[in-house]
Design a protein around this ligand. Structure first.
Ligand code: GDP
Ligand code: IMO
Ligand code: MG
Length: 423
């Protein structure tokens, strides 16, 4: 078995980018399997800070091949901007970055449809990143989409016009007035598509199959988090792809029996950006402090992330649907100085305490049941080994491990590559 998976267990932004970067030295190939530019994966090393949206987080390592899998949706404009932003690193993309011909393309009109759909929902809006993700996946499953492999065909523009025209008709049905300059959007779109054509466009499932046969080590990188999964997330406040482990099989063409380790990443607390239920959300000083110390602002949209206590009911559910074999805990450093720390271990409902994720997390009657643990005062950010963990921090980790019945093998105590402790 040659493929390991890494995915977020909460509502995204757990620190996937950082950990993929840390682990890349042990892999030959890093492959993104779903999502698109709604993702923002932050990496920090040697004084650099970099946010990736579509490009896998192994791109900064000299020897790793990075693959954008068929399950990903690509906005050519954002993709080319990402490439340009990487110019200072002098990366040889022709060697190191491969793109699946089966990945779908986000058109400018997909973005418009996303905006129109959100505007029409009013208060019930999803809080989408407005990158056109939902409409693009809808066209994919509706069998109308345009794929990367299509842009090299001679009839590509005809295909584009047909779909864009259909979108413009659909836009009218929303009845809201969006302010946009489609000509300008199309100009940069076509320019970027021309550039995209020069990248190595491949049959990535075939490439990965051969790589596995040769014994290459592959790490599949997820985007978003399990609670944003189209099936298992807090529907309808979710994204439009399979963010859970099965998404790596469909998003890369990797067979389920080839998957070995499933790394599940979580924050020592919880955050959510956008709308939707969040039972442990805090509206007090604690929540404000988490946001400030944890610098909880979206890497893609800059929106403030909602903050709250860790939710072990939800985490257990995520571990279960993904088959997580190892946990990685991020941002414990943010909780330094909290007198006490709470962990939600159940939901009180009118029918008693529930230990599993209910169908409708939005229900008014849900109230978190907390275990309260002692906090720690010490700064964790300079710690380099588990021996230096303050006792209360060590106890918090042990409590989580016992409750979640899964080992925590990495503890992250700061955004930098170096602030990573293996247990
Ligand atoms: P991703 O989408 O899962 O890759 O996560 P994001 O990059 O959107 O958000 C995680 C944020 O936390 C980024 O700003 C990281 O630089 C930062 N970060 C990651 N790990 C740690 C950590 O252990 N401590 C602190 N303080 N920040 C971290
Ligand atoms: P990474 O990979 C956090 C959220 C949006 C919104 C919902 C639907 O950085 O963890 P979409 O644009 O997909 O239609 O938005 O999902 N969302 C994310 N939240 N991290 C992400 O990605 C997210 N990608 C989408 O805020 O609530
Ligand atoms: Mg992010």
């Amino acid at each position: 078995m040659a493929v390991d998976l890494l995915l977020g267990l909460q509502w995204g932004d757990e620190g996937k980018g950082k950990i993929v970067d840390v682990l890349t030295s042990s892999y030959d190939i890093i492959a993104r399997f779903q999502g698109g530019p709604n993702a923002g994966h932050t990496l920090e090393f040697e004084g650099n800070k970099h946010v990736l949206h579509t490009i896998p987080s192994g791109i900064f390592h000299p020897n790793a091949i990075n693959i954008i899998g068929n399950g990903v949706v690509i906005d050519p404009v954002i993709f080319i901007k990402e490439i340009e932003n990487l110019a200072p690193y002098q990366i040889d993309f022709s060697e190191k970055l491969l793109i699946s011909k089966k990945a779908h393309i986000i058109l400018p009109t997909h973005r418009l449809l996303d905006a129109a759909s959100e505007a029409s929902k009013g208060k019930a809006k999803i809080g989408s990143t407005l990158k056109g993700i939902g409409p693009t996946y809808m066209d994919k499953t509706g069998r109308n989409g345009i794929r990367v492999g299509d842009i090299v065909a001679t009839d590509w523009e005809i295909k584009y016009r047909k779909l864009a025209q259909k979108h413009l008709e659909m836009l009218k049905s929303y009845g809201n007035t969006l302010d946009f300059d489609l000509e300008e959007m199309e100009r940069s779109f076509f320019e970027s598509v021309d550039q995209l054509r020069s990248f190595r466009l491949i049959d990535s499932e075939q490439y990965l199959y051969e790589a596995q046969k040769q014994g290459k080590k592959i790490l599949a990188e997820g985007a978003q988090g399990s609670l944003l999964d189209i099936d298992f997330g807090t529907y309808p406040f979710v994204t439009s792809s399979t963010t859970t482990a099965a998404g790596a099989c469909t998003g890369l063409g990797v067979a389920p029996n080839q998957i070995k380790e499933v790394f599940g990443i979580f924050k020592a607390y919880a955050t959510r950006v956008g709308s939707g239920p969040f039972p442990t959300e805090l509206f007090d000083e604690y929540g404000v402090t988490m946001g400030r110390v944890g610098n909880e602002f979206g890497a893609t949209t800059g929106r403030a992330r909602r903050c709250g206590w860790i939710d072990l009911v939800a985490l257990k559910y995520s571990i279960q649907v993904n088959g997580v074999t190892q946990l990685m805990m991020m941002k414990g450093d943010v909780l330094s100085g909290f007198e006490t720390i709470k962990a939600c271990v159940g939901y009180k409902t009118l029918e008693g305490v529930k230990k599993y994720l209910p169908y409708d997390l939005n229900a008014e009657d849900i109230e978190p049941v907390y275990n309260t643990l002692p906090g720690w005062k010490e700064d964790l950010t300079q710690i380099t080994s588990t021996q230096e963990f303050p006792k209360a921090f060590q106890d918090y980790i042990l409590f989580l491990e016992t409750h979640l019945e899964t080992p925590i093998t990495i503890v992250s105590v700061g955004p930098d590559r170096k602030q990573t402790i293996f247990r």
